[in-house]
Design a protein around this ligand. Structure first.
Ligand SMILES: Cc1cc2nc3c(=O)[nH]c(=O)nc-3n(C[C@H](O)[C@H](O)[C@H](O)COP(=O)(O)OP(=O)(O)OC[C@H]3O[C@@H](n4cnc5c(N)ncnc54)[C@H](O)[C@@H]3O)c2cc1C
Length: 539
């Protein structure tokens, strides 16, 4: 069963080796395990619903409403752990078809209810927060809309109901020999619709593309009507309306169906590990590689601190000790950087791509160590977030912040993001363990994905929330100062809405606000996300 106050299925957990525990202790001091609130205590705080009896399809019990109140951001996490209940929706509906979504939207619009679409609930940017509102709040849960509607094999197009989560997408396609190839780390729960409206990126985006390359068309039910976007291979028919749906974050309406570009299952897939002596050679190597445009499916470059952290987390101390000695002998010691490289293609193409990639990277000092670490990465590719549960139980908090920027700024921004986090915690006389990888590489630049671990502070929700807010604000300011995007893959939500002006400018913000008014004149759709409520660019 899915955990209510942590990541993932409660049958799965990730242990931390003794060496990893010792590393946390050495870097951060002892953790402070919190006293977790119980679910019963949270439910007891849920206020009476303003939608009881409003419509037979709307459930208004506290249990169901509470489950829709929060996503997976750090703020959501500590609210659950410390028992700090945020506003919860007044009711939850579980439509099973586009027609039922349409009816619910009409009902909400006619009665002036706020609507928050809820899909996999994996947002890490406050997309699902309920506002404090005079108006009743209806959560529309898309979890029952999870079918493959049509597979057009000649065109390699698959139409899904928008609430279909990753495992059901792949199971329904693989049964017919196809894959979408979209694997965000939240794959277990996140959905087709969530991916499209938050502009998600999967681990193998190098081969399959980001969701905006995969989204061919679909159907959006907006308060003012239906937007149907037909699929065509390409068009010069004016602005592309798919772009209105991508990244719309539930502000314009509810995506009920999405047609996605799928691929035949690859004949060959393998993941390989290489090490570089230091960051500069590594960055030069991966930049040259991605600009060579070989048919690879994954490149993931860890900086020195992340490499050491991952090797410590890996367990198998004797094997890792042997590997460290071997790498050291080959010139990769302190500060070495690990690259994970994937190929997913027909056998001949894969063989050629791998040979060329290894040749090019060897010219940049890379040491190739084979597929054992790659196979382990692939087996655990969705398990990393489970460590957040383990860390919390040991008394440590963890969060991630990501962006993307052009190549000249990649290293300066990566270092500055980590440093601004250290400065925030230093002001409290505390430490943070900050480490980074590049997970989505482009000829023009790269995403930067930094992870932060720090000891839980005494005093419950308020001091921990304060530290997190300062961390987010400091790193966001650093990103803006280096010309990075507000988000490469997690979207804007409520948490990043205040920084969107840095990227879109006044005219861009006014355009977005005008689009919100156009699709949703009564302002019922997911207020406060993408555009701040009450701010200068409120819709
Ligand atoms: C552990 C973890 C790992 C993650 N890894 C990645 C990653 O590798 N790559 C990545 O891109 N993201 C990642 N994320 C972020 C998150 O999974 C994505 O933002 C995902 O796309 C959200 O999808 P969801 O179905 O869970 O949507 P939800 O979280 O339920 O909703 C997100 C937003 O979309 C709106 N929405 C959802 N469905 C619809 C719809 N059909 N119509 C209109 N609005 C809708 C909601 O109202 C909300 O505003 C990760 C999150 C976690 C917790």
């Amino acid at each position: 069963m899915r955990r209510w106050n942590g990541w993932g299925d409660d049958a799965t957990s990730m242990d931390l080796s003794e060496a990893a525990r010792a590393m946390m202790n050495a870097r951060l001091g002892p953790g402070l395990p919190g006293l977790d609130a119980t679910r019963e205590a949270m439910l007891a705080q849920v206020p009476a619903s303003r939608l009881t009896g409003a419509h037979p399809s709307i459930q208004s019990d506290a249990d169901t409403r509470f489950a829709m109140a929060l996503g997976e951001s750090f703020a959501d996490w500590i609210r659950k752990r410390f028992g700090a209940l945020p506003p919860v929706p007044d009711g939850v509906a579980f439509p099973e078809s586009t027609e039922q979504v349409r009816e619910l939207l009409d009902l909400a619009n006619a009665n002036d209810w706020v609507v928050i679409p809820f899909a996999g609930g994996t947002s890490v940017a406050g997309h699902l927060d309920c506002p404090i509102s005079e108006r009743p709040i209806l959560s529309i849960n898309l979890g029952r809309m999870n079918r493959l509607l049509h597979l057009d094999k000649p065109s390699q197009l698959a139409s899904f109901e928008a609430g279909t989560p990753g495992p059901l997408v792949e199971a329904q396609l693989r049964a017919q020999g196809y894959t979408l190839g979209h694997f965000p780390q939240s794959f277990e729960y996140s959905t087709v619709g969530g991916w499209v409206v938050t502009r998600s990126s999967g681990q193998q985006s190098l081969r399959y593309g980001r969701i905006e390359q995969l989204f061919a068309g679909g159907r959006l039910e907006a308060p003012v009507g239906t937007l149907s976007i037909p699929t065509v291979p390409a068009a010069s028919a004016g602005p592309d309306l798919r772009e209105l749906v991508l990244g719309s974050e539930g502000r314009f309406g509810i995506l009920t169906e999405a047609t996605l570009r799928v691929s035949p299952l690859p004949e060959h897939e393998s993941f390989h590990a290489l090490f570089f002596p230091d960051w500069d050679t590594a960055e030069a190597g991966v930049r040259a590689l991605v600009q060579r445009k070989l048919p690879l499916s994954l490149l993931r470059l860890s900086n020195g601190i992340e490499t050491e952290t991952n090797l410590t987390l890996a367990g198998h101390a004797r094997l890792i000790g042997w590997l460290q000695r071997y790498l050291s002998w080959r010139g990769c010691s302190d500060g070495k950087c690990m690259l994970m490289l994937g190929v997913s293609a027909d056998t001949r193409t894969a063989r050629h791509a791998l040979r060329e990639a290894r040749r090019l990277l060897a010219g940049h000092g890379a040491v190739y160590i084979g597929t054992a670490m790659g196979a382990k990465w692939a087996a655990n590719r969705f398990k990393g977030p489970y460590l957040r549960n383990t860390l919390w139980e040991l008394g440590y908090c963890a969060d991630t912040i990501e962006t993307a920027v052009d190549w000249p700024q990649v290293k300066p921004l990566m270092l500055a993001m980590e440093q601004s986090a250290r400065d925030v915690f230093a002001a409290y006389g505390e430490r943070v363990h900050a480490f980074t990888h590049l997970s989505h590489l482009y000829p023009q630049g790269s995403s930067i994905y930094s992870q932060f671990v720090w000891a839980t502070a005494k005093g419950g929700f308020a001091p921990n929330f304060e530290r997190w807010q300062k961390l987010k604000a400091a790193v966001a300011a650093t990103i803006a100062a280096h010309g990075g995007t507000v988000s490469h893959q997690h979207g804007v939500g409520r948490d990043h809405a205040g920084h969107l002006i840095d990227e879109k400018g006044p005219l861009g913000m006014a355009t977005l606000a005008q689009l919100c008014r156009h699709f949703d004149p009564n302002k019922i759709m997911n207020p406060g996300k993408l555009l701040q409520d009450g701010g200068p660019w409120a819709s």
